[in-house]
Design a protein around this ligand. Structure first.
Ligand SMILES: [Zn+2]
Length: 304
């Protein structure tokens, strides 16, 4: 079936397929789990299956599937945040549409992505629809942070809990699709079981690789003095937009190193709080270059 292309969460695949086969699809779902693990892909495939007109869903051939793939199935709607939030106007528009009968299929599916970004007003407004949905309607909410959602909303949805994809499965995926030749353990660790995170790493792979090599040089004491330190870590100065991720990546590299060494190396471990302090400083709008200078000087004097 359609979920074959999506990594991980096999139990959820089975359960959702089962509800399609037994025609026991609920009115409202809450797809909950960490970011970047494919919740939206799951929801979209599930929607396509719900709307498909053939027995073998999704058939990719019926008028519903064809329009769905073309992005113009009138019985389907994907709602995303407008800026930083999902506003009440977006929910009102959805409510107008939901009461119009389906055109091609006998169901109508609405996905609200990042539904934890709904304003409280928007959530309260949606509540009315969740309480009394039209019998043909299916609403799928997707969220990564449960705490921002009203309990009244959560209690009216069937919760589907997604989990991280195991590292080994991510490695197989990377190799099978030839995404990275030989992903390091640090890269896999940094992905945190998220294909979304992997995509963002791949976009800047050269930077990540360079930083990993530099960190290895540092840990193996191949960086002898301050001048060399500044030269080697130039990559940080050149990657201001990515700096928070890169600092986190440095920490992951250190943990990976510590995991695989039998000696207690205080000077390597001590780099972690230095990096953490830099992260805090960056968030308080301190001058970027000065922050980097201080970071490198502190690491260097800690190592020697
Ligand atoms: Zn179909």
């Amino acid at each position: 079936m359609a979920f074959e292309e999506i990594l991980g969460n096999d139990k959820i695949k089975k359960n959702l397929e089962e509800t399609i086969n037994t025609e026991t699809v609920s009115h409202s779902y809450l797809f909950m789990g960490p970011e970047g693990i494919g919740k939206k892909k799951f929801a979209i495939e599930f929607a396509k299956m719900i709307l498909c007109l053939s027995d073998n869903k999704p058939c990719n051939n019926c008028s519903s599937c064809i329009k769905f793939d073309g992005g113009n199935n009138p019985d389907f709607r994907l709602i995303e945040p407008d800026g930083n939030s999902i506003k009440i106007a977006q929910i009102r528009e959805m409510q107008e549409r939901i009461y119009e009968k389906p055109i091609i299929s006998n169901k109508k599916v609405f996905i609200i992505n990042d539904s934890d970004k709904m304003t409280e007003e928007a959530q309260n407004s949606l509540l009315k629809t969740l309480e009394e949905p039209p019998e043909y309607a299916v609403i799928i909410l997707i969220a990564s942070s449960e705490s921002k959602m009203l309990n009244t909303i959560k209690s009216r949805c069937l919760k589907v809990g997604f989990t991280e994809i195991p590292k080994e499965q991510i490695r197989e995926y990377i190799l099978k699709n030839k995404i990275i030749d030989n992903p390091s353990q640090s890269i896999l660790e940094f992905c945190g079981g998220s294909i979304g995170k992997l995509d963002s790493i791949v976009k800047n792979l050269e930077i990540y690789n360079q930083l990993e090599q530099t960190m290895k040089n540092l840990i193996n004491m191949n960086i002898k003095n301050m001048v060399q330190m500044f030269n080697e870590f130039q990559v940080l100065y050149n990657s201001k937009d990515l700096i928070n991720e890169l600092l986190d990546y440095m920490i992951v590299i250190i943990y990976e190193y510590i995991k695989h060494t039998s000696e207690y190396e205080a000077n390597v471990l001590n780099i972690i709080p230095i990096i953490e302090r830099t992260k805090i400083k960056l968030n308080s709008n301190t001058n970027f270059d000065m922050c980097m200078d201080e970071l490198l000087m502190n690491i260097c004097s800690n190592m020697h």
